[in-house]
Design a protein around this ligand. Structure first.
Ligand SMILES: [Zn+2]
Length: 327
């Protein structure tokens, strides 16, 4: 178990690496654009000259420094405008020569520049608390499953109390983990509103599988989306996070449907993921707050039919009241 301090250290190293990758990625794009288009190369050289001259003026202590600084600023602005025009003329993206960080707020530094004491960015804080809760979630297990958390009253129109349903689902999933990978129906889809214990159930299965030595990759849909977006942009060389999603012997996917819907990315890559895993016979255990009809509308018929396929998987729908709020 990693302590909070260890998590912070590890995360800081990852951010430093991410930032280095961003910079290397930008440098490659800059070199490539300069090599292909001489006018862009000349504008880049002009930019470097302006920076050099400004530095010389600052250190030289010239007479009317503010007037000179103003002039340099105007030159820089003029050059930026011409560069933007040239990029457009060559059909290059507006940000072709800029960093493309995952987080535009901190530019993948993990902290806000020019703050004292250094203020951590929200992206860093979120990731840190996600990791801390992952650490404690790793301890959730069928053995520590507390059924008394679930109300034993029978909701209107239901045949069973929420507690009785949870008891059945718990036993079903415990059997599933025990039999793994010899399951008749290897895929599991947990459906139902938020707060019914879906993530908790997934954590229990993950723990049971890990305890018997199954390599489990457990991610939120948002992490899945990040892997898709990085693949789409060709941000990583070699085997990347999207390959890991495809190749993990057991993939547990939480909160499906909460990921951003990005054109040409979310639906396309989700289909590839589902298809590749199905062809290779690798199971997916997923949870979603969306209903069956919402899944079809949110993605499309092809994806929904794979997610809800009753020949290769079991769809479990939870109903009842939210454990956290009581509604
Ligand atoms: Zn950030």
């Amino acid at each position: 178990m990693m302590t909070r301090q260890e998590q912070i250290k590890a995360l800081e190293r990852e951010y430093a690496l991410k930032r280095e990758n961003d910079e290397a990625d930008r440098d490659r794009r800059v070199q490539s654009a300069a090599a292909r288009f001489p006018d862009i190369g000349a504008l880049l050289a002009e930019g470097r000259d302006i920076v050099r001259e400004s530095a010389r003026m600052l250190s030289g202590g010239i007479a009317n420094a503010s007037e000179a600084a103003r002039e340099m600023r105007l030159r820089a602005e003029d050059r930026d405008k011409r560069l933007a025009k040239a990029l457009k003329a060559h059909g290059l993206a507006e940000d072709e020569l800029s960093l493309r960080p995952d987080c535009p707020v901190c530019m993948d530094r993990g902290y806000i520049e020019n703050t004292y004491p250094l203020k951590r960015c929200a992206c860093f804080e979120n990731e840190l608390s996600r990791r801390m809760s992952m650490e404690s979630a790793r301890e959730q297990s069928f053995a520590s499953f507390d059924l008394s958390l679930f109300p034993d009253t029978v909701p209107e129109g239901a045949g069973m109390s929420q507690r009785a349903v949870m008891d059945r689902v718990r036993r079903f999933l415990r059997d599933y983990a025990e039999r793994f990978p010899d399951n008749d129906k290897p895929n599991i889809m947990l459906m139902g509103k938020s707060g019914l214990g879906k993530t908790f159930l997934l954590n229990c299965v993950a723990k049971a599988l890990r305890d018997k030595g199954v390599p489990v990759l457990q991610v939120t849909a948002y992490r899945m989306f990040e892997a898709m977006r990085r693949r789409h942009r060709g941000m990583d060389e070699g085997r990347d996070a999207f390959d890991e999603l495809i190749e993990a012997p057991c993939l547990i996917l939480d909160d499906l449907g909460s990921e951003p819907m990005l054109n040409n990315v979310t639906i396309e890559y989700l289909f590839i993921l589902l298809n590749e895993r199905q062809l290779a016979g690798r199971p997916i255990l997923a949870a979603t707050n969306l209903s069956m009809s919402e899944l079809k509308g949110h993605y499309n018929e092809r994806i929904a039919s794979r997610l809800l396929d009753v020949h290769s998987g079991v769809v479990i729908t939870l109903s009842g009241s939210d454990l956290r709020t009581g509604h």
